[in-house]
Design a protein around this ligand. Sequence first.
Ligand SMILES: C[S@@+](CC[C@H](N)C(=O)[O-])C[C@H]1O[C@@H](n2cnc3c(N)ncnc32)[C@H](O)[C@@H]1O
Length: 492
Amino acid sequence: MSVYQAAAKILDKLQRKEGALKTLVYDSRFKNVRQLYALLCETLRYSAVLEEIIENSRFLKGDVKMTLNLAKVVVYDLLFGKGVQCGGRLKAVVIAHRTRLRAELARLKVKKQVSNNMDLVTAAGGSAAGPAVPRYVRLNTLKITTNEAIAYFKRQGYTYLGKARSLDEVAELGQKHGKRFLQDLHVPDLLAFPPGTDFHKDTLYTAGHLILQDKASCLPALLLSPPVGSCVIDACAAPGNKTSHLAALMKNKGRIFAFDLDTKRLATMSTLLLRAGVTCQELANQDFLTVKPDDPKYQKVSHILMDPSCSGSGMPDLMRALGDKNGPEQEKRLQSLSGFQCRALSHALSFPSVQRVVYSTCSIHQQENEDVVKTTLEQNTNFKLVNALPSWPARGLNTFLDAGCCLRASALDTFTNGFFVAVFERKSDGNESSSERICSSKAERNRNVEEEATGVEGRFESEDISELPEQETCTRKKPRKKKRKTKTHAVN
Ligand SMILES: C[S@@+](CC[C@H](N)C(=O)[O-])C[C@H]1O[C@@H](n2cnc3c(N)ncnc32)[C@H](O)[C@@H]1O
């Protein structure tokens, strides 16, 4: 099977919501999964542009017999990729229409008033997905310091633009190309490069010094901010980007109990943590809902990260591929996800010593975000919301009194993927009224700012197919009856 047929099949499956992109690629058993994955990512990125070109050129209107998805992957390679890399009838058909397709590309650039292909993507995605998001690189501080990394990239010919002072500077980088980078203003040890910068073959990346992770997905670990030496649970952990971030914040001291239902993702996680030099973890292939809060093993757990399965609707490429379908089916799915998310979050809050719990999703839907937080607060009156990262401009939708304590992220507002974070903290006095739980009092806001400035500052995904799923689509798996626990051992 050619790479195009394999890719088209996966696009079909994505549209039928049969799984996450990386899982589908991995499961396809295609011999060169890296090539297949790269082609799919790029086709998804150019999806809207490709559809317009295919439609305007009437490529599929004549005698050409192929599905839109097959047309998209092959036209992508013809116009934006390495040229058509197959033989036979498929190549003959595309070559026969090459001139018309190229002419449509040129016409589209004139229409959108852009001069290069990347700008075309930005122009196409501008309304639905927002501007292009920079390539964020989290430095794994277990292995490298920020200064070392900056010096390394300078040696590689990149121009260092300094530490961003405003989101506008990050946004500007999103519109640029070439070898330049800056340090992020919110997340310490995070660098931002122009979109499309590829580090998969970089030696620092392959050695686990760099973690390719979107900025928004760095916020949960940062806001949980477990002290060095603490006892932490990562409830839905695989493939472990946030676990490795937690371990870096904890300087590999203390314990992280990490759970996941999915055996394959957990195996990938084990490999990734090994590469990242994480040694303080204990992995378990277990349904978090079955983990007993009164088990003496978890007696000292003070911090929990809850990043459960969600619709993945914050991932722009994915949503563009799936189409933003509303309707009863979508509503049913969201309700089911939301029910699970509420149960999982309440379960996290039931651990006897837990003080702080961070809830996050890569969803843009209120049902999975504010609604889950509101229900959970109503059911757990011994917890309140903390005003998460007050300097962050995008806040939770105003659907209940404390919703502004939560933060949202999007390509349009924060130049990241779509994301949501809420921070729960145990009330010091169990008798606080519901109004006291609101984090809008000036004193508490100030305290939170201070915490973020002192506790977080100074401490500190790949999309490589060999590493498998980031957190984009995280379809919920049914709990398995048989539990198998795996424990990773310390690695030097
Ligand atoms: C959003 S992804 C987690 C991404 C991860 N936190 C990271 O940053 O790399 C959600 C994960 O939850 C897992 N999951 C779903 N239901 C679960 C459950 N009941 N118990 C444990 N893990 C679960 C899924 O297998 C999936 O790997």
